[in-house]
Design a protein around this ligand. Structure first.
Ligand SMILES: C[S@@+](CC[C@H](N)C(=O)[O-])C[C@H]1O[C@@H](n2cnc3c(N)ncnc32)[C@H](O)[C@@H]1O
Ligand code: SF4
Length: 460
């Protein structure tokens, strides 16, 4: 039998796990997709998108619209976004989005989009008129007709007018970044935010009665006491959101906090303790845990239609994604691509200017990305499976890759020895301790190639 095992030998994997366990700070990367954008490189030659998509199943694609603008730049944030952009650039951005959507429809051919997400940045940085225009673009150019649409908003931009427009456009989920309800916490995070604005925003969202409200919170800055974190969790739960995401603070190069940390040293607290506090409290409040960060109200609860459960019908392991905008990723089963990535404001502005100056032909090819061979596809499958509380189905893996997952990844037994996964005949399922270590496990599961590329990425 010709078994293609992972090129990392079991011994290598063991040494690496040991090294990771010995690190003082075991929060290494926020692992939510694979591979990370810092592993993308120039594709040479550029890939023709009509060919890249020709043999893909296109019946339930994910459509992602990136709006790389914000009213502020938060201290912790390393997302691809420009604060207070010139108005003319925003207008040009929307024109270009339309052009990219039209050309994408051309090479994509017959396709159906199952889900839509507006991410950022802050999509509601756009005015109601501009937001309406984006929906028009998606309907006319890409035949968007679905009802599963999610939009990220910030407190300052969650106005009655914008939310009414989003409701009218059949948006089902609103995700708002609150991060903390405690003033000194927000200050330590470098996030200027008024209480009154937060309350007003949540009230405005509730008034429109969206199927799903998600609140994002961040824990683990060194100024945050256990009581502060508890206050934030309680105040979030008081709004009865259908979802809560709790993010451990990551201090990233080139961010405001990254610069502060290089002057002051450690600016995070014990994130494991804060994580357990949040997990225990949210479970006690009737939330169900889906992953290290995501907590949801169980389906049977009123107000959350089954179709709006995150990840319900879109199968991230199998279905492709079309991203619009320079910071958006797109995925086929074998190719992940996007525009270039940057964190510093001048570079981001330059990349957005390059985007609006793109020729039509530029939108017919992928120039920057990552090609996933069979080994990388297997890594992705295992990694995304083990990041979820539901775990990974052995039958599903076998169906996709023709072999048992433990034949390809014998090193996963190390996670079992560590008490991080349970292995049954059907499933590999993370334990509570494994979910707490999801980012570390995800990092450990990166292939050699991805790790080398990420290490070699130039943080300019
Ligand atoms: C696009 S933003 C949310 C919407 C909107 N831009 C806002 O900030 O209100 C995505 C979320 O990622 C989380 N996040 C971003 N950078 C982070 C970091 N370095 N550490 C922890 N969480 C982070 C925050 O919770 C943030 O709300
Ligand atoms: S956290 Fe949100 S508002 Fe703040 S800079 Fe990042 S994307 Fe913009």
């Amino acid at each position: 039998m010709n078994v293609q095992t992972d090129p990392n030998t079991a011994t290598d994997a063991e040494t690496r796990l040991q090294q990771l366990l010995e690190q003082q700070d075991d929060y290494l990367n926020y692992v939510y997709s694979y591979p990370h954008k810092t592993a993308y490189r120039e594709l040479s030659p550029a890939v023709d998108l009509s060919q890249a998509w020709a043999n893909e199943v296109k019946q339930q694609l994910f459509l992602y619209v990136h709006v790389p603008f914000c009213e502020m730049r938060c201290g912790y944030c390393n997302l691809f976004t420009l604060s207070r952009p010139p108005e003319a650039l925003v207008a040009q951005y929307l024109d270009t989005l339309q052009r990219q959507a039209r050309i994408s429809a051309d090479w994509l051919g017959k396709a159906r989009f199952e889900q839509l997400a507006f991410g950022g940045g802050t999509p509601t940085y756009l005015t109601p008129v501009q937001l309406e225009r984006v929906f028009d673009i998606l309907r006319t150019e890409l035949n968007w007709q679905g009802t599963q649409a999610s939009v990220e908003v910030s407190p300052a931009t969650a106005t009655v007018e914008r939310l009414a427009l989003l409701k009218q456009q059949q948006v089902s989920r609103i995700s708002i970044g609150i991060e903390s309800f405690v003033d000194h916490d927000l200050k330590a995070l470098g996030r200027p935010q008024q209480h009154s604005q937060v309350e007003q925003a949540l009230h405005n969202i509730r008034q429109q009665d969206f199927d799903c409200l998600n609140i994002d919170l961040i824990y683990g800055n060194h100024q945050q006491s256990a009581q502060d974190w508890q206050d934030t969790l309680q105040r979030a739960v008081a709004w009865q959101p259908q979802e809560i995401f709790v993010y451990p603070l990551y201090v990233r190069p080139l961010t405001g906090l990254g610069k502060r940390a290089s002057r002051l040293g450690e600016i995070t607290s014990d994130r494991h303790l804060a994580y357990r506090q949040a997990r225990d409290y949210l479970l006690q409040q009737g939330y169900q845990q889906l992953s290290m960060r995501q907590f949801v109200k169980p389906k049977s609860e009123p107000g959350l239609a089954a179709s709006n459960q995150p990840g319900q019908s879109y199968r991230c392991q199998e279905d492709g994604m079309i991203g619009l905008g320079p910071g958006a990723r797109s995925y086929t089963s074998q190719l992940h691509y996007s525009g270039h990535y940057a964190v510093a404001q001048p570079q981001i502005q330059q990349l957005i200017e390059d985007y609006v100056n793109s020729s039509d032909d530029d939108f017919r090819v992928a120039r920057y990305g990552f090609e996933l061979d069979a080994n990388e596809q297997r890594h992705r499958f295992v990694l995304l499976g083990l990041l979820q509380c539901d775990g990974l189905s052995r039958a599903h893996y076998r169906q996709r890759f023709g072999e048992d997952v433990l034949q390809h990844f014998p090193q996963l037994l190390l996670l079992q020895q560590q008490g991080w996964i349970e292995i049954s005949t059907q499933q590999l399922r993370p334990t509570a301790a494994g979910i707490e270590q999801a980012d570390l496990i995800g990092h450990w599961l990166f292939s050699d190639r991805v790790r080398e590329r990420m290490q070699g990425w130039d943080w300019q």
